[in-house]
Design a protein around this ligand. Structure first.
Ligand code: BES
Ligand code: ZN
Length: 457
């Protein structure tokens, strides 16, 4: 591994510069105005594989943003690994809360700040640079790599979903490697065996046919903003239980063994509160913070609007109100069933004088994967060699919608090895990625190719 380590050392600055170039492309999948940037980002990714002389490099159009598919030269008899990642990023607002602009990557205190730094451009690039290091030092990779890098993860992966079934042969692999998540804590790397699912909706309420004087009319007609508050408050009780018929029916309970394993992780409740700047935590009664975040379903309002938002006071009874709401799901809940139950509950809670409309924006079930596989063992060894510590086993509260579909359609297990940190500000202002984690990620990935290549097919 000597020439190899030398290569990583000699090219560390190049790798960082390349990541910065990637981060300068504002590939916000949710923003229609970014469409040309989405194509640019896809081409940028494809170009990495062309430079490595991969025999297959394709930018595949979809109804939404393009997919990038690439394949390394065939190594007969060796395992085939699919690397999944996403080049799309979340919107940047509130923009005024960024210390430096989101698409002008800046290093402060060993951390690279930019939208997409950790989620997922920095993390996905580790698996490209590791392949580069192999090719430039050993002349070739020790196994077969396929890459599927998409541009719609942050908006539900519709294009990849369409592509998956008819192209399952091309994506056929022994295991899917994904770095799009977090370590447990700084210096405590993790292998993730569970992700939550999601069911995301937009709720729109309409009341009177126009905004009204709140003095002249207030108290005589239902105010949609008041109604919205009532409905939302009626979806969860003060014990943190979600009030939707049948919501918990299929929830896979935590086993005693898993509960004690989670309890044994080095998690400090006080430190958690301090980190988030809150003076107390809240969640479903009877569960710890880690259980609530990783293994229990939740309801959150992600956005809320109605009435007057300007400076000072305006006495108005608004004609409309709306909210974006999400439920995080755990195995074996189904997003469609949540949607049905939610409609019933809103119908029950909605006061007279209001019409409502619920739009289902996206959904995906949660997933838990088995840990007793040679792939997990290989990953544990690779991580240990790069991070100097054996990984702990965690679940995550976030969702990667396509993971379940990979399991169902490709019949393979995902290997979730996130290089990020919980406080990397994914989806928030000042997103960042530790450069040390970036380089350790590259090293771990390179070692992973070696470890996986030893698995007998
Ligand atoms: N990288 C995240 C998923 C994630 C978050 C994994 C935290 C582990 C820890 C991913 O890019 C993401 O944010 N996904 C969305 C999916 C949704 C928009 C369908 C999410 O979880 O909100
Ligand atoms: Zn991500």
């Amino acid at each position: 591994m000597n020439a190899f380590n030398q290569y990583l050392e000699d090219h560390a600055a190049d790798f960082e510069a390349e990541l910065c170039e990637f981060l300068r492309i504002p590939s916000v999948s949710a923003d229609a105005a970014c469409k040309p940037q989405m194509d640019r980002a896809a081409q940028w990714v494809a170009e990495r594989f062309r430079r490595l002389d991969f025999p297959v490099v394709e930018v595949i159009p979809t109804a939404g943003h393009p997919l990038v598919f690439a394949q390394s030269p065939t190594v007969p008899g060796a395992p085939t690994i699919l690397v999944y990642g996403h080049y799309d990023v979340q919107p940047v607002d509130p923009l005024d809360q960024w210390t430096t602009p989101p698409f002008e990557p800046t290093v402060r205190d060993g951390k690279l700040f930019a939208r997409g730094a950790t989620d997922d451009k920095g993390q996905l690039l580790t698996h490209v640079k590791s392949a580069e290091a192999w090719i430039r030092t050993a002349g070739k990779l020790p196994l077969n790599l396929k890459y599927m890098i998409e541009g719609e993860e942050e908006i539900g992966s519709a294009g990849l979903e369409e592509f998956l079934k008819p192209n399952s042969k091309r994506l056929k692999c022994n295991c899917v490697v994904i770095s799009d998540g977090c370590q447990f804590a700084p210096g405590v790397p993790a292998i993730t065996y569970g992700l939550r699912g999601i069911a995301y909706f937009e709720l729109r309420l309409t009341g009177p046919n126009r905004d009204l004087h709140s003095g002249s009319f207030g108290g005589s007609v239902t105010n949609p903003a008041n109604a919205l508050a009532q409905i939302l408050a009626g979806l969860i009780d003060r014990h943190g239980k979600i009030k939707i018929p049948g919501f918990y029916r299929r929830v896979l309970p935590l086993s005693d063994r898993e509960r004690s394993e989670l309890a044994a992780l080095p998690f400090d409740e006080q430190e958690y509160q301090r980190q988030l700047g809150v003076d107390g935590t809240f969640g479903e009664e009877g569960y710890t913070s880690l259980e609530r975040r990783w293994a229990r379903p939740t309801f959150d309002v992600c956005g809320l609007w109605s009435g007057f938002q300007g400076e000072g006071a305006k006495t108005v009874l608004p004609a409309n109100a709306g909210a974006k709401i999400s439920f995080r799901l755990v195995p074996n809940q189904k997003p469609e069933q949540v949607a049905d139950g939610l409609r019933k509950q809103i119908a029950k809670l909605c006061p007279p004088g209001i019409t409502w409309e619920l739009t289902d924006l996206h959904g995906a079930p949660g997933v838990v994967v088995a840990l007793d596989s040679p792939y997990v063992e290989a990953a544990a060894r690779a991580i240990e060699s790069a991070f100097g510590r054996r990984p702990v086993f965690t679940r995550e509260g976030g969702s990667i919608p396509i993971v379940v579909r990979f399991a169902q359609v490709l019949k393979t297990t995902p290997l979730l090895i996130g290089w990020g940190q919980d406080d990397d500000n994914a989806h928030s202002p000042n997103e960042k990625f530790s450069l040390a984690d970036f380089h350790r990620g590259i090293k771990a990935s390179a070692k992973l190719w070696e470890e996986l290549s030893k698995i007998k097919m």
